[in-house]
Design a protein around this ligand. Sequence first.
Ligand code: CMC
Length: 430
Amino acid sequence: MGKDTLSITDNRTGKTYEIPIQEGAIRALDLRQIKNGPDDFGLMTYDPAFTNTAACRSRITFIDGDKGVLLYRGYPIQELAEKSTYLETAYLILNGELPARAQHEDWVHNITYHTMVHENIKELMGSFRYDAHPMGMLVSTVAALSTFYPDAKAIHDPQNRRTQGFRLIAKMPTLAAFVYRHSVGTPYAYPDNELGYCGNFLQMMFKLAGKYRVNPVLERALEVLFILHADHEQNCSTSAMRSVGSSEVDPYSATAAAIAALYGPLHGGANEAVLRMLREIGGRERVPAFIKEVKESGGEVRLMGFGHRVYKNYDPRANIIKKMAEQVFEVTGRNPLLDIALELERIALQDEYFVKRKLYPNVDFYSGLIYQAMGFPVDMFPVLFAIPRTAGWLAQWDEMLQDKDQKIARPRQIYRGPAERPYVPLEARS
Ligand code: CMC
């Protein structure tokens, strides 16, 4: 049986170092002792985009990208999607265990009674242009919540963290629905505490004059989509939450940063980009020409909703959504873009370009089709990602704050700019 160490020989000096291997990793700081001479800073690792760097230990979400496995606190995503609710899953993600009955009742009660937002938020919303992108509005209003709850600064108080957690999870659907109402110009609908988390969100979005009846199939579909989006370990927005949160700022400001990260088309903006792509392709017969364009573009034109940094197999979330789409379309009518999506998937999964690079449909490939069929406008799609991901962001933030190994995030760089030089006055510059 070998030792749990790594021997490194520095061929510049001929010296050999023995470095411990723990939990399948070496500590980057252990490399610092490897020096070329007394003035050398010491060896660093170069890892742009952190493709092979673990920045934390986490007990929340496990992904096996090669096998297409996703577990929240050990529970397979398929079982949660089938048997759980979004709020129960959010509790699990935040607390580590499924709630007992009394804990569940307390949790649901606390979320339900924090759904209202201060009336001034409506004025803030009103100051955006009618065509403002919903994600821009969401980033701003979540950041603004920090000014309504200055007590949130006490981030080292666990009870305070829990209170801000209720507030954020509870208010996200309200803010999201207000953002939508602003864009269409209809009066804001207030939360209805008689309804569940997803049913209430649907009524705040779509209720007009008269009684709004939540369709149980659509409510359940939204519940499942929210469960699938609740956490996904150290992705771009979660890293933003942890990184910004490591400065010990309040959770509203850190969550606003996470939402900004999610806005990008390579992350949460991808479901919106998928819909635009499907519309642009326009018909099944044009799929082969589009695939050809993707392959010949040298990475510039991408098949949106395909590929993943971690999954090198079918994203398990995409599988669940694809199956659920049929149930939703029975209620809403078939989304004609589905045929284009199915054809894209069929051709891509047989094409050497995609097979060789292990590019499979990800969570965003089919989710937009369901959202669209349910009546959500395309630019609301990333907002529909941000609502459920709030539970994951908060859980990761909480874990980070309790982790004694964590400090303010501060990566190193390899400086490649000019060496020190004297200032040149304007008249002397050519
Ligand atoms: N279409 C065409 N080619 C692709 C795609 C795609 N969707 N994704 C990756 N590639 C190619 C890429 O051009 C590169 O080829 P080559 O080796 O010839 O240069 C190779 O595959 C590896 O790509 P990469 O960009 O190095 O991979 P990455 O791990 O940095 O990127 C990704 C992951 C998700 C950003 C990328 O696959 C992508 O841009 N996908 C489309 C956007 C998308 O659907 N994003 C949603 C991700 S899932 C939701 C979430 O977690 O946010």
